[in-house]
Design a protein around this ligand. Structure first.
Ligand code: BG6
Length: 484
């Protein structure tokens, strides 16, 4: 029996994400022999492109973002590419897409629709695909991948879920959060559940506090149009940071599959205590309002920090501190788990008592790895000092580069593995946490005021004070010495 063709239709193929991430990720999977055959990649866009334009565009994208491109590989890959012009809001133009897809797979292939377009068009695309019955699965699967932002708040996320569910079954929907595709984010689960030494102490009896830092050096750059509407809470907290948090805090799933895993993740989000405004900090880097496309009196935060509690048996009253911002001192994503101090202090320490907590640092990026800070005796002295035991991914596994998150996620979507994608109830639970914070910042006169912070700093001083209130301190591990 001939193999079923698989077609990947990338809506928004002319855009930035497709050029930087999606086309290189597809190519990388292709040359590793991981994509099904026969394979068709249909670029969908509004521009008057031809197949040749798409091929030239893809060649350039690979040259810029995929390292070296082998001539023989490229020749096979480009044969899979074709272009289809679709005006997203216009129902009539979808007939052309349907005809193209039918011609390619004879009407009996598998199809992945990848929406890498402005969210304003999500509904149009879904409704129009539905109108032509393009989500129906008479002779092959149909799946849809949706990029973030998924909604602007809880209400719009629910509306988008309703639109999607009117056409696609939840099992056909793959909501992407690229942080879940990062090797080290996945490793949180391996570290917790493929070892026996961590889980017994992974709770309120042994852990003092958990800190998640997602710091970026880049500023708003050319994305002001989007960013000034979104701000850090919608751009980073609602998705990437709460996803990291749920991986750290979730109970062990009964199986390593999409349903079991996502059931546990959503329980964490549902157990989050409403965040008090007094437990939040918002900041804007100096000069943000002067950036092209940013409103002159913009009140959009580019930095946020907050203290959050998870009201369940494991975590009750243990603070989770989250912070993220742009134009900060270093690009780093890290989770620092600080353990409680020994009940009785026998040894003299050289450093402040705060440093004597053991700390497990999950270095998500850029220098991927795990550090464990322990107290050790300084040779030839009778005092202790904190030292790091370090695992660096690249050395340990002898790899120069870890695969890009999109490589893994696209492959999972093609293989029907939804573990690393966000379910509708998860996305809504995350908005339930973030919505009141944003509303409070915008409308509550008691909300902490916007703090301006210096470019190249670690954010406003108020973020330090947030932890100081609890006698805690933001920790930065995972960096080379000069950055700490
Ligand atoms: C995106 C945000 O989701 O993640 C960007 O929209 C942010 O503002 C980016 O820069 C960070 O991703 P990464 O993989 O570079 O940490």
């Amino acid at each position: 029996m001939p193999k079923k063709p698989t077609t990947i239709a990338i809506f928004g193929v002319t855009g930035d994400l497709a050029r930087r991430k999606l086309l290189p990720a597809l190519y990388s999977n292709f040359i590793k022999g991981r994509l099904p055959e026969p394979l068709h990649i249909v670029g969908v866009g509004r521009r008057e492109w031809t197949d040749a334009t798409l091929i030239a565009h893809t060649w350039q994208a690979l040259r810029d973002h995929a390292g070296t491109v082998d001539a023989a590989d490229w020749s096979r890959f480009q044969a899979a590419l074709s272009y289809c012009k679709v005006n997203l809001p216009q129902p009539a133009t979808y007939a052309r897409l349907q005809r193209d897809l039918d011609e390619l797979d004879g009407g009996c292939g598998n199809r992945l629709y990848y929406l890498s377009i402005a969210p304003a068009f999500y509904e149009d695309v879904v409704v129009n695909l539905g109108r032509l019955g393009m989500a129906a699965e008479p002779a092959g699967w149909r799946r849809i991948v949706i990029e973030k932002p998924f909604g602007y708040d809880l209400g719009t996320a629910q509306a988008l879920n309703r639109d999607l569910h009117a056409v696609f079954d939840e099992s056909q929907i793959y909501r992407i959060d690229h942080y879940l595709g990062k090797e080290t984010a996945q490793n949180i689960l391996f570290m917790r559940f493929a070892n026996t030494i961590f889980e017994p102490i992974w709770n309120r009896s042994h852990i003092s506090n958990v800190q998640v830092t997602v710091a970026e050096t880049v500023d708003v750059g050319t994305r002001a149009g989007y960013y000034d509407e979104a701000g850090v809470a919608r751009d980073m907290l609602q998705n990437h940071m709460l996803q990291l948090l749920s991986l750290i805090a979730m109970e062990p799933p009964a199986a390593f599959d999409a349903a079991a895993l996502r059931n546990e993740k959503v329980k964490v989000l549902q157990a989050a205590r409403p965040v008090k405004l007094a437990d939040t900090v918002r900041g804007q880097y100096a000069g943000y309002r002067d950036a092209d496309g940013v409103a002159a009196a913009s009140n959009t935060p580019t930095f946020a920090a907050l203290r959050l509690f998870i009201d369940n048996w494991r975590w009750k009253d243990i603070p989770f501190y989250l912070r993220s911002g742009k134009a900060l001192r270093q690009k780093t994503t890290q989770v620092n788990i600080q353990f409680k101090r020994p009940p009785n202090s026998l040894f003299e320490l050289t450093e402040s008592a705060e440093y004597s907590r053991n700390m497990l640092s999950l270095c998500i990026q850029p220098d991927e790895g795990i550090h464990l800070t322990i107290e050790a005796k300084i040779p030839d002295k009778s005092i202790a000092r904190s030292v790091d035991m370090e695992l660096h991914y690249k050395q340990a596994f002898r790899v120069d580069n870890l695969p890009d998150a999109y490589e893994r996620l696209i492959l999972d979507a093609i293989n029907g593995d939804a573990q690393l994608f966000i379910r509708s109830d998860e996305i809504e639970s995350a908005w339930r946490i973030i919505d009141p914070i944003i509303a409070g910042w915008e409308r509550d006169p008691q909300a902490p005021p916007m703090q301006v912070y210096d470019v190249g700093s670690w954010g406003p001083a108020a973020a330090e004070e947030l932890l100081a209130r609890d006698q805690h301190l933001w920790r930065v591990s995972c960096l080379h010495a000069e950055g700490a």
